[in-house]
Design a protein around this ligand. Structure first.
Ligand SMILES: *Cc1c(COP(=O)(O)O)cnc(C)c1O
Length: 352
């Protein structure tokens, strides 16, 4: 088998997608799988469509074009506000994008007019996490502008929390979003079909106390791929947390001192490490490193302890000297590790 490799259990992934979309649909919320952690992997996009997804989302136009080239024809939502320099590609490949800037909405309109397309816009509102979003007092102005633009449809309002400052998408924030929707629908005499409340951090709220809210859409990445809601990193329902497994190969096994010797300076990554003497240890080196993956996000099997990583080497210790050269070690991955592994050209993806 090729090493290192990332094995993707398609049956488990499909189960996660079906269960989450099904549960949320019972609650009146449509969930759109967000593909970005997979770079818009067309195999997985097809799997989500089989699981019932009627729309897909990604943050990057490159990933979206990859899906389009692979004959993915469902509507696609761009979840990062478009670059002014990419509006032509956005209207060509995405039916909807999230937006916050009047200049971009205008450029999308011109691009859509030129190519006789229509493009849907969701206006993102700032609710306190201080990433993307129009300040609430400016929403009316931006929405009026959007309504005035030819070939542009105002699809609704969205919000994103958790990602920068960890501000929770709780009942209070979602009520605030619903109030804004209600007020703006009245002022502008429109009805907004899509109220996109957030991401995988919204799931505790959504499956708990969302009843009185107007939120009818969520954008879900991590929960589908890793089986957890992200507010407390807790497994949900009967979702699988082990869709992905990373395999790396042992290239050296030795009994070595735990204490380095010689004059100690900062290491190759500018880190100065403090060591204490634990006597001799069973050290093994795996042929994977920081050029492949974000090592802090890897969890080794029981009995194996991750010690250090350099560009190409991952150093582990075992209590019982159980590893041998040529053997593979299987790691589970958190979101950061998955993002880096999926993006790495050195890690082969295997669909199981
Ligand atoms: C990535 C992203 C999502 C999906 O987030 P998860 O935490 O992976 O569910 C949703 N919305 C926006 C705007 C995003 O950038």
């Amino acid at each position: 088998m090729i090493s290192p490799r990332l094995e993707i259990d398609c049956r488990k992934l499909k189960h996660n997608a079906q269960r989450l979309m099904g549960r949320l649909s019972q609650l009146g919320i449509s969930a759109t799988p967000v593909m970005k952690v997979t770079q818009g992997d067309p195999n997985l996009a097809k799997l989500f469509i089989e699981a019932g997804a009627t729309m897909l989302a990604d943050s990057r136009i490159d990933n979206i074009e990859r899906m389009r080239k692979a004959d993915i024809h469902v509507p696609i939502l761009l979840t990062r506000t478009p670059m002014l320099s990419q509006v032509e590609r956005v209207v060509e490949h995405c039916e909807i994008s999230v937006n916050t800037e009047i200049a971009v909405i205008h450029a999308l309109s011109l691009a859509a007019e030129r190519t006789r397309r229509s493009h849907g816009v969701i206006i993102m509102v700032e609710l306190g996490d201080l990433r993307e979003g129009v300040m609430p007092n400016l929403l009316e102005k931006v929405m009026r502008y959007t309504l005035s633009q030819p070939n542009i449809t105002l699809e609704g309002i969205g919000a994103n929390l958790m990602c920068r400052h960890g501000v929770s998408p709780d009942k209070e924030k979602m009520s605030r979003l619903s109030e804004l929707v209600k007020a703006l629908e009245t002022i502008l005499s429109v009805s907004l079909p899509v109220i996109s409340g957030g991401n995988s951090a919204n799931l505790l709220w959504a499956t708990g106390e969302h009843k009185a809210s107007r939120v009818n859409h969520l954008r879900l990445g991590e929960a589908i791929f890793l089986g957890k809601e992200t507010l407390t990193q807790t497994r949900m329902m009967d979702l699988h947390e082990d869709v992905f497994t990373l395999y790396a190969e042992v290239i050296e096994v030795n009994r070595k001192p735990s204490l380095p010797w010689g004059e100690i300076r900062k290491n190759a990554f500018g880190e100065y490490k403090k060591y204490h003497d634990r006597g001799e240890v069973n050290q093994a080196i795996l042929a994977i490193g920081r050029q492949d993956v974000y090592p802090q996000g890897l969890t080794p099997p029981k009995g194996i302890k991750l010690q250090d990583a350099s560009s190409d080497h991952l150093i582990v210790e075992t209590a019982d000297n159980s590893l041998s050269v040529g053997e593979e070690v299987a790691f589970s991955l958190d979101y950061a590790a998955l993002l880096s592994a999926m993006t790495s050209p050195y890690i082969t993806k295997v669909y199981a």
